[in-house]
Each structure stands twice: as C-alpha cells, then as structure tokens.
Design a protein around this ligand. Sequence first.
Ligand code: SF4
Ligand code: SF4
Length: 84
Amino acid sequence: MPEKDLCLRCGKCCISELGGIKKRCPRLFLENGVWSCSIYNHRLGTTAAVIHNRVFRCGLRENQEKIIEGCPYNSIQKIKPPSS
Ligand code: SF4
Ligand code: SF4
C-alpha cells in the first residue's frame, strides 16, 4: 500500500477507546523514537484490545473512520468516495 509510506509512526491508531477507557495494543513498542508493531506482517485481524467486552481488532488505518491529530491518513479518508 503506498499509503503506508505516509505513516509517521506515532502509534496513536493502535490505541483503542471506549467509554472514556483507553487501551494500547500490547504489540506496540517504542524503538529509536518511533512506534513499531511486534507482529506487523501478521497483525491484521488480531485482537488489539478488549474494553467493556468489545473486541477491537487490528485493521488498516485507511479503513478506520476516526480522525487522529496529525495523521496523514485523515486526508486520505476525506477524499474517499462515500460508501454506498
Ligand atoms: S495514527 Fe497515522 S501516523 Fe500515527 S501510527 Fe497510525 S497511521 Fe501512522
Ligand atoms: S497489532 Fe495492530 S494495533 Fe497492535 S500494535 Fe500492531 S498494528 Fe498496532
């Protein structure tokens, strides 16, 4: 995906939030000032967090609807055609 070149490795999209509770995915780790995923090649579909019995699964950032401050994917989402 060319979009992944835009990632700033801030790690914010690996934090799930529900009802005021935030949980960071246990696969996320900081190395040399950037955040990395310990299972990057096998991450999609794995459980990133469970909050109030809701399971959050790892997925592609471009499929997330949330706006994250400073994330280049925000603008990619804005130019996506509306889903039917
Ligand atoms: S929020 Fe955006 S910039 Fe930050 S790690 Fe996720 S995709 Fe990369
Ligand atoms: S598994 Fe997904 S949510 Fe967890 S650190 Fe890796 S990329 Fe982030």
